[in-house]
Write a protein that binds this ligand. Structure first.
Ligand SMILES: [Zn+2]
Length: 447
């Protein structure tokens, strides 16, 4: 394509097309295409200047490869702390708490390291007020209110902070391009220049990126491949925030960080085992509730699966489920219908997880089946019973990973029964086990 011509770019994923499209063929977003000029950068980046190769044995060890951010929940998601000269994208919806957390991070690091907070969103005095509200030490946090890329690069090169936060990616712009801040071209260029420079000078950089559903701003997905680590903020329930790594060059992606939003900022939840379970005083469970133990990285939580089954309003069955994938719920309902003698074909099915956490583990399938059976039959499950297992299409209950961890977490929370796959072995169990080969066997209880 010629320079000066225009092209249409998907603001969510960066897919390009010569004509406007209503729906992106790559990421399936609707109305996400914006028109942008094709512009080529004339500047040769300093990073592209060829340097010599060296034998691996002569590469010096980097001292202090990782350091703590002062926030344990974040450190764990990062894989054990902030990696020197790494780039981290922090994505999430506006107002979810990204700036608050990042301000807490720079404050937490500022006693030992030189830190810089670049704000393109708020004025210096607004950031100061926020930091004061959070009770942070203001003396050692440097702030720069700037959106022009060249000036930011200049300050970084001069001051060489060890940690820099850019708030936000969508406000930055390079004067080399005529497209507006927040366009795909600008976001790509700014991210590349900043991360390139930070790598060279040994600065760890956090880029805040807003995720908007309207597609008016280009989404952070466009730069996921340019950074080392991608973290996404989610709201689980009122005042509860989860951080997950969608990509991590320096650690695993299955750890989650759990925070409570308080007046003093985001506070890590230290022991989340029982965090997602509703309190019930009388000990009896209503029908449609089942407990399961899920694993996220190094931790295990007990979660409550809730199901509601009512006569279908429109003549055919529909599934409403946010927290467990719809297709999984539909599949489990079909398995129950065929192998569990539970009639669901003319029902609407509602499924939820208390506390709002999303569950993607296969181990939830047995609990989902029990919750649906309980909702349909009107019979409550025993109140202190946990269950986990995968279901095959033939109605078999199949083993899952981390059986011992799950039982231990349940025992510590006072559970005394567990429904588990027949062929699983456990090292020690202090819980009464009911082993099932078929899903139907799980529906018989001694109260
Ligand atoms: Zn797209």
């Amino acid at each position: 394509m010629k320079e000066g011509a225009t092209q249409f770019i998907c603001s969510q994923c960066g897919y390009t097309s010569s004509k406007w499209l209503g729906r992106c063929p790559d990421c399936n977003s609707w109305n996400s295409f914006t028109e942008e000029k094709i512009e080529k950068s004339k500047k040769i980046s300093k990073d592209s200047i060829q340097t010599n190769s060296v034998p691996l044995s002569q590469v010096p060890y980097e001292s202090e490869f990782r350091f703590g951010s002062g926030i344990d929940e974040l450190d764990r998601v990062l894989g054990g702390g902030i990696v020197r000269a790494s780039s981290v994208l922090v994505g999430g919806e506006p107002g979810i708490g990204k700036s608050t957390l990042m301000l807490q991070v720079v404050a937490g690091c500022s006693d030992k390291r030189k830190v810089l907070y670049v704000s393109g969103e708020e004025s210096a005095s607004q950031v100061r007020q926020r930091a004061e509200r959070l009770g942070l030490n203001l003396d050692r946090i440097n702030i720069l209110c700037e959106t022009k890329l060249d000036r930011i690069l200049h300050v970084l090169e001069e001051e060489k902070p060890q940690i820099v936060v850019l708030d936000s990616l969508q406000t930055l712009y390079s004067q080399e391009f005529t497209s507006t801040p927040g366009s795909v071209t600008q976001i790509r260029t700014c991210c590349m220049e900043v991360t390139g420079l930070c790598k060279r000078i040994g600065t760890s950089v956090f880029l805040i990126g807003h995720v908007t559903k309207e597609g008016t701003l280009a989404g952070p997905k466009i730069i996921e491949h340019m950074v080392d680590t991608v973290l996404y903020f989610e709201q689980a329930s009122m005042g509860v925030r989860l951080i997950r790594a969608a990509k991590n060059r320096f650690g695993s992606v299955d750890e989650i960080g759990i925070f409570n939003m308080t007046g003093g900022g985001l506070e890590g939840v230290k022991d989340p085992t029982s965090f997602f379970v509703s309190e019930r005083q009388d000990g009896e469970l209503p029908p449609g509730i089942a407990y399961t133990a899920i694993t996220e990285g190094s931790r295990t939580f007990i979660v409550e699966v809730q199901a509601l089954v009512v006569d279908a309003k429109s003549g055919y069955s529909r599934v409403y489920s946010d927290k467990i994938d719809n297709s999984r719920v539909t599949r489990i309902a079909a398995i129950l219908e065929r192998h569990g003698a539970v009639r669901l074909a003319d029902k609407d099915i509602y499924v939820n997880i208390a506390g709002g956490v999303k569950v993607n583990e296969v181990s939830v399938e047995l609990a989902l089946a029990l919750a649906l059976w309980s909702a349909c039959s009107g019979q409550s499950l025993p109140p202190k019973m946990v269950c986990f297992g995968e279901l095959s299409l033939a109605g078999e209950v199949r083993p899952v990973n981390y059986g011992d961890r799950r039982l231990k977490a349940a025992y510590e929370m006072g559970f005394d029964k567990a429904v588990v796959p027949y062929s699983m072995n456990f090292e020690e169990n202090r819980i009464l086990l009911k082993r099932c080969k078929k899903v139907k066997e799980a529906f018989v209880f001694k109260k």
